[in-house]
Design a protein around this ligand. Sequence first.
Ligand code: MN
Length: 316
Amino acid sequence: VSGPVNGADGPPTDAAGEEPTPPTVERRASRTADVGGTPVRRALPTKGRRTIGAWCFVDHFGPAGGTGPGAMGIGPHPHIGLHTVTWLLEGEVLHTDSLGSEQLIRPGQLNLMTAGRGVAHAEQTPTAAAHLRQHGAQLWVAQPDTTRHGDPAFEHHAELPEVELGPGLSATVVLGAHDDVRSPARTDWPLLGLVVRSDERASADVALDPSFEHGVVVLDGRAEVAGEEVAPGELAYLGEGREALEVRTAGPATLLLLGGEPFVDELLMWWNYVARTRAEVEQASEDWRTGDPRFGPVRSELDRIDAPPIPWSNSR
Ligand code: MN
């Protein structure tokens, strides 16, 4: 039995001294969380699993809507030390940020925001799309020390490479590469983000990088991965050392296949920040509260979101 990955459940550990997690299939229930009034299934982090490579946050929202509870409206809020990855199966979201970006995202497209030392953004279902069902995922990728203090950035990719995995099973290469097919999107750490789709009964052995750890979240339908049935609302953590993953579906299904080199640093995640120390979190919250230019203004009709009180600050 291996220890906690990235020391997430214990004291900081030196990743170089850690045992790799062997191939496994650990099914872990997502928890229900609330994001701007929208219920989400949060597959990462959960108590038993904090990261898959640099993937440190996986929210699956919908399908819901159109008008009313399905619509997304998250006012301006800050981020540090992470990339946000937004992927839709249905609906539309308008992204605005402190870099001046204003980008509508539709199903099949990627919004990738890099926070670096600091960025702020808002996300909203546009009025014209309020009648649509909203269904998608927002994920965070932790930035390594080499880039996490760097400049913020934003990328939109309207088209991404597609690969055939086997009869009836195809995938969009959202981040990283499958075989020699590489996504044009930025990555600061070796990782994989594939959206795997079947329209009918399908079965394939999906080639993997054995130096990565992997996990699967089902967004739609259900699937069997490495012999285990997986449905929306759970994560199948698959460990490291796999050359291939057997995926079977009995009908229409959409899966997120996430992977990456196990991350080296222990993360301190609080609110919208991915940091390493409490001091970094405290400084970010202070800078957001005081309107420091580290986080610029965001064009949005929605109210700015205040940081909640830092839980440890009373005891100092
Ligand atoms: Mn955000």
